[in-house]
Ligand binder design. Structure first.
Ligand code: AMP
Length: 278
């Protein structure tokens, strides 16, 4: 496995590697969710292809009061996860390698980004869209793998690819969870033992609510159960169309029940997919 810190080195190594090129963008602090994405990328690439993992805590997707500076950066452990799960190349640039000091061009999706996390984190998805577009242009993958845990991010990236004609196939990978249901997340490391004990209640609330018979009852059930979690502050809980992310009042199309919850210093997100019902 090679490690590149510059765009030029990454381009050179990718050019000399086999096809297809499969990219897994991450912010590091890699856990079993990321590992599953890398293994999926390895399968998609086959023995001849090139699996590229980017490890970059992207400053432009963090708000001024968010956790950019304290986001964990355990690079040795991250490289081990990449190596053991089949990566060929890790691209880990410094922010100065990715952004000119006077960088002034951005990639903004303007419809799906208005909802859910986009409403509570202004500018976040502009940062995500910009860095993902840059990674697509640097690595030029045929395939890129993203987690369904960040459902809105996945929907926005599919939209960017459609609307800007990026020649890349987007593969979504199911959410990897702890045994008790908690979605794996780098931010779970912020939880105290007490908060960690409460955290599985988020997924439990969503799955239990999803079994209710109507859109209204699903949303009320999820809202009540999340509000009852000790020490939790609900940022949002919404039932939305799985593709457009517009609020859903019926279950005729596939819907997503999504929530963001503050538990201590951590802001945790999760979602469940609800198939269409007649
Ligand atoms: P992050 O490092 O948090 O930016 O995540 C990098 C990629 O890993 C994104 O595509 C995430 O959706 C995905 N990911 C993070 N956590 C999980 C998880 N628990 N299961 C599946 N994918 C995940």
């Amino acid at each position: 496995m090679r490690v590149a810190r510059t765009i030029a080195a990454t381009r050179g190594l990718v050019r000399r590697g086999g096809q297809p090129v499969v990219l897994v963008p991450t912010m590091g602090a890699l856990h079993e969710g990321h590992a599953a994405l890398i293994r999926r990328a390895r399968r998609l690439a086959g023995p001849q292809g090139t699996v590229v993992v980017s490890v970059f805590v992207n400053p432009t997707q963090f708000g001024p009061k968010e956790d950019f500076s304290r986001y964990p950066r355990p690079i040795r452990a991250d490289l081990k996860v990449c190596r053991e799960n089949g990566a060929d190349l890790v691209f880990r640039p410094e922010p100065t390698e990715m952004y000119a000091v006077d960088a002034s061009a951005r990639v903004d999706e303007t419809s799906l980004s208005a909802h859910l996390c986009g409403a509570s984190r202004p500018g976040h998805f502009g940062g995500v869209g910009t860095v993902v577009a840059k990674l697509f242009l640097i690595v030029q993958p045929q395939i890129a793998v993203f987690g369904e845990k960040d459902w809105q991010q996945l929907a926005i990236i599919r939209r960017l690819v459609r609307d800007l004609n990026f020649p890349v196939r987007i593969v979504g990978h199911p959410t990897v969870r702890e045994a008790d249901g908690l979605a794996r997340s780098s931010r779970n490391a912020y939880l105290t033992p007490e908060e960690r004990a409460v955290a599985p209640g988020i997924y439990a609330a969503l799955t239990r609510a999803a079994a209710e018979p109507t859109a209204g009852r699903i949303l009320r059930s999820a809202g009540r159960a999340l509000a009852a979690l000790p020490g939790a502050r609900v940022d949002y809980v919404r039932l939305v169309d799985a593709e457009t992310l517009e609020p859903a009042t019926r279950l005729r199309r596939r819907t997503t029940l999504a929530a963001a919850v503050f538990l201590g210093r951590a802001r945790l997100i999760d979602n469940v997919q609800i198939p269409p019902r007649a």
